[in-house]
Design a protein around this ligand. Sequence first.
Ligand SMILES: [Zn+2]
Length: 44
Amino acid sequence: MVTTTRRDDMTWFACEACGLLFDDRADAETHERSCEGDEPDYLQ
Ligand SMILES: [Zn+2]
């Protein structure tokens, strides 16, 4: 799940699994889908 953090009057989007920060929500969501720090949803 992507979490939001306010810092220097900007909103940052963090990957909850690994803690990476993004300045764009779409980038964070794209990363989070492929991040292996969380439980895989679609592993076959
Ligand atoms: Zn991540």
